[in-house]
Design a binder for this molecule. Sequence first.
Ligand code: PEP
Ligand code: MN
Length: 337
Amino acid sequence: MIIIMKPNASAKAIEQVSCLVKSKGLQVHLSAGDEVTIVGVVGDKSKLRGINIEMSEGVDKVVQVTESYKLVNKKFHPEDSRIPVKNIFIGPDTFTVMAGPCAIENRDQLLLCAEEVKKAGASILRGGAFKPRTSPYSFQGLEEEGLQYMEEAGRTTGLATICEVTSLKALSTAVKYVDMLQIGARNMQNFELLKEVGRSGLPVMLKRGLAATVDEWLNAAEYIISEGNPNIVLCERGIRTYETSTRNTLDLSAVPVIRQKSHLPIIVDPSHAAGVRAYVEPLSKAAAAAGADGLMIEVHPCPSCALSDGPQSLTFEQFRQLMAVLRPYAQLEGRQL
Ligand code: PEP
Ligand code: MN
């Protein structure tokens, strides 16, 4: 439930309402907007039975939040969130591009990727050190060695870095080296991992599960935020459908749907959605036009030699071209790229 305060409610009135709610053993989350303050209430609301909060000083109205996700719900926090990652923000006004190889393969490959994507205008370097592969015989990632290269690439280029964590062990290693954690599609409902990234203190990008509904995805985000970590970015990366001409089906409607239901930023990963290099540019333009907060793009110095996801990876030249054509799209949406 949320308690919407009157536009002129005093700090004292807000404090009194918060204290009343807390005194009944419920949690309070304040969202102070330019116009109104919202007092979000989390917990068993039957504890407030018999108390008429609407009568308290400064209260405009009380609205029940029927969705099971609360803290990521737009009703709790009507203003769009801006998520800090190292020296940048992901959210309104900006269009953030994360780029890099699917997997970190060696030091030279990653450092070269970092330099090239930085020159082209990306602000976050991606690269997997723990790879969730369909076959156990495929390349599984360099693990801590890869993270050391990631840390070096971030330090020498100034780029922020993101790496997927696939287990609690991977998480405890990754927090020492990267600026942002990625939860992959296959782990979207790994609730123990979600709780632990919620306690990690690092910003998190949460990918949508292969067959997850938007509500399941937002509930997964709720696991992270309810552990005290509000710095979450959602990532639409395509869902399983009957269509076989692309690797997954990019659900671009998730962008406006999330925008309506949540205050969290949403970025789009056309590389894993399409699985085909040629489709990355048109889907990227469409994501920008749909109002996404950014993109995640796979780039490789030699896609045909890549140890994973070569067919969807762009060459450096293709990535430069993509960035050049994207700029006007981002600007049309009032965003800086
Ligand atoms: C990735 O980003 O490299 C990845 C494995 O993505 P997803 O979890 O979307 O499949
Ligand atoms: Mn990949």
